[in-house]
Design a protein around this ligand. Sequence first.
Ligand code: P6P
Length: 347
Amino acid sequence: MNRTTATRELGQFKTLEQFIIERQESFPHSTGAFSRLLRDISVAAKIVNYHMRRAGLVDIYGDTGELNVQGEVQQKMDALAHREFVRALRRGGECCLIGSEEHAEAIPIRANGGSDGKYIVLLDPLDGSSNIEVNVSVGTIFSIYRMPEDHVGEVTLEDALQPGSKQVGAGYVVYGSSTMLVYTTGNGVNGFTLDPSIGEFLLSHPNIRTPKTGTMYAINEGNYNSFEDGLKKYIKWCQRKDKATGRPYKTRYIGSFVSDFHRNLLKGGIYIYPATASSPEGKLRLMYEANPMAFIVEQAGGRASDGHTPILQKQPRELHQRTPLYIGSEEMVRTAEAFLQGEMDLD
Ligand code: P6P
């Protein structure tokens, strides 16, 4: 039977704003502050998307000649994305502290009139940005916490260093063949596709559930020699022929975490960035990459760990700390963990 893909009238789609308000109404005591915070983030995402779509035509390719706090060459688009998200959050007034990959220290935000917002936002303004000039998809990742109830005095970084299980929201924007915003507030995962003709994110992927298993694994095998033995065995296991489990699996590694994550979320798969010789703590950052994506993947039925401990249970020590990361379809992550913990071996 040939499937016809009916193109729905734009008006039939629910916009992100309509969705947020609808969800807000299910929280009777909601003040609307969280809804306004999500709106502020979506505004910044649209602005970054605008610039992204012009990259190559205006001078925003390449690097700033600066190193970011990670010691990595800062791309012009990194700096632009950081600036736009900080502006939108500062202007919105719902956020009291920002932690950004592009800024060494946490950024306290004094809302208009000095009254602080009650939310903390941690973000990677543009992950994978070195891919922009070769036209590979990149993304923004954000994580939202409430100020601790017992907070007194000035907001400090300590208020942000909460385990991922305390997040009240998390999401990402993938600037790909289309621009999508995917987020959770702990009641499932929903995806919105930007319609540039009307400048609205439209609900295109309601209630995303990630497959329990898959046939794709994403890892930089160039680091193979420095992988721990259990991981080497897992990779060999993935490569072995076994019809029942769809092996050998396919390797799909874009070099852009948000893109690899998004594909695995929809199709099933696992993304691994382990401890390596050059990144002994792993490369991905706990607070604004691993935690938000772990919240999303668990809400969609998947799993995320550092190979031993669930990501959301890790107690952060510092804003830019890194973690090994195994994330994606639950059964695939559990199998990788079993090899790492010596519970599985190659027969
Ligand atoms: P490597 C981009 O810099 C990033 O943080 C992720 O988006 C990506 O998956 C990873 O690093 C790529 O790192 O060491 O494989 O080039």
